[in-house]
Every structure is written in C-alpha cells, then in structure tokens.
Design a protein around this ligand. Structure first.
Ligand SMILES: [Zn+2]
Length: 258
C-alpha cells in the first residue's frame, strides 16, 4: 500500500487528505475538498473504495458529496457519535474495519478536539485526524480537557513504529512552540534542525512516527519531569487533565501571538 497526502484548504486550514492506495483501489481519509482527490484518482487510474472520517468538522467532510457522486459505491465510515448524514457505517471503539484483504484498521475513540473524534490504526499506521498533529495537537472545540488527555494517553500506548498521519500541516509552527515548552529536549532540537516541509506539494509517506512524536511532541509529554515542572509553575495541578489543559492554554496563547 502507498499513502499520499493531498493538500487541501491550502493557506487557510492547511489540511492533508490522505490517500491509501494499491495499483487499482484507493481509500481516503478526511476529504475536506474533492477536486484534488478526483484528479489524483483519475491520473492514477484508481477506483475509490471507501472514505474514512475522523470527525465531522467541515475541513474533513466537505468533499464527501462530490466524491460519493463520482464513486457511488464508495462506503463512508465515520464516528458512531457523529450526526453527519453522509456517514453510512458508524465506527466505535475497538471496531475492526476490513477495507481490503491487506488493509484492516481498528477504531479508537479519541474525544477532546470534538466529542465525536475517532482515530484509525493497525500494526503499521495511525490516522489521528485533529487529535494529534506533528509536534502538536488539536484545539479543544467540543470535548473536555479530561477527555483530550485521556485520548492522548491512549494513543501514547500504541507502538512507536506506527507511521503517523494527522490531518493538518502545522509542523513548523508547532515546533516553534515545542522549543519554548521544552528547551532542554535534545531529540526536539535534532528534529527542528532536520525538518524540511514542502507543503503544499503532495506528501508521500508518513509525516513522522509515533515514536518521534512521543520523543518530541509536548502534548505527548506533559507529564515528563521538565515539562511538568514548567506546567506546575504555570498553575497546573498534578493531574493529567490539568497538565494537559495548562499546556493547551499555553499553546493557545502562543498561537494568538504568532
Ligand atoms: Zn477538526
């Protein structure tokens, strides 16, 4: 299987629509737009088999209708908790969806960014939507800090080798904040020194690995000693919920000023 990220809503939301494909068939994740997907499928002579949705924000679903018109047999998988009418197959925690003999994905419920948010993963890949980004995480837009920290701790238990695919290209801005949050992190310094982003070119392969995120993404590290100390100094209590909420608020403040 090949995986390619097609940029979408470039310059405003900077999304990726992930296309998983072999030589004949394709499955896509979070189509916030449709034209670039239709073009890619046509250019590569691919048949769209299914559309996977992590949550029902418009920048993840607005392409569904056009794609479904062009490929009426493509099934739409999405969160059981979503109310969006285009979702045909409702996915909940621990569901296993078989997209092809060589492509099965499991479902994790990861509320926090929204209440309905889910992630898809297997032994080699993780599609985490707007729960985690490269070196960052989504904002709290419907869920609670308690849910969000629980979801992140759940994702942190998955294996390091998983290839990491999130729904946006925010790496450079996230690394800017990460460097402020964790100035002593050597793995983060290394990542900052070696990261090159070519958005809005198509992105071939994964953005990173879950292991790299665990080593450098502050939102997977709010309970590590240095960062925890900084968060306690910023008023956090010693709980995952409060540490996460304090870190998220710190990033929101950073975003307002950059
Ligand atoms: Zn979202």
């Amino acid at each position: 299987m090949n995986i390619v990220g097609l940029p979408a809503l470039v310059g405003t939301y900077d999304n990726y629509i992930w296309v998983i494909h072999n030589s004949e068939n394709a499955w896509i994740v979070d189509p916030g737009e449709s034209q670039q997907v239709l073009d890619y499928l046509n250019q590569h002579n691919l048949q769209l088999q299914a559309i996977l949705i992590t949550h029902q924000h418009f920048d993840h679903i607005d392409g569904i209708a056009d794609l479904h018109n062009a490929y009426p047999n493509a099934q739409v998988f999405g969160p059981a908790k979503s109310t969006h009418p285009s979702i045909q197959i409702k996915c909940k925690e621990n569901d296993v969806i078989t997209l092809a003999d060589e492509l099965q994905l499991k479902v994790l419920e990861t509320p926090g960014h929204t209440l309905d948010h889910i992630a898809f993963y297997n032994d080699s890949v993780l599609f985490c939507g707007d729960t985690l980004f490269t070196a960052g995480c989504g904002r709290i837009l419907g869920g609670t800090a308690q849910q969000f920290s629980d979801s992140i701790l759940k994702l942190r238990q998955l294996p390091d080798e998983l290839k990491f695919f999130s729904a946006h290209e925010y790496t450079l801005s996230n690394l800017g904040f990460a460097a402020i949050a964790e100035p002593e992190n050597a793995a983060l310094k290394q990542r900052i020194a070696t990261t090159e982003i070519h958005y809005p070119s198509n992105h071939t392969g994964a953005q990173s690995t879950l292991g790299e995120e665990k080593a450098t993404n502050p939102f997977l590290r709010f309970d590590t000693p240095h960062l925890k100390k900084s968060l306690l100094e910023r008023g956090a209590e010693d709980s995952a919920e409060s540490l996460f909420a304090t870190l998220r608020a710190w990033k929101d403040e950073y975003d307002r000023n950059h």
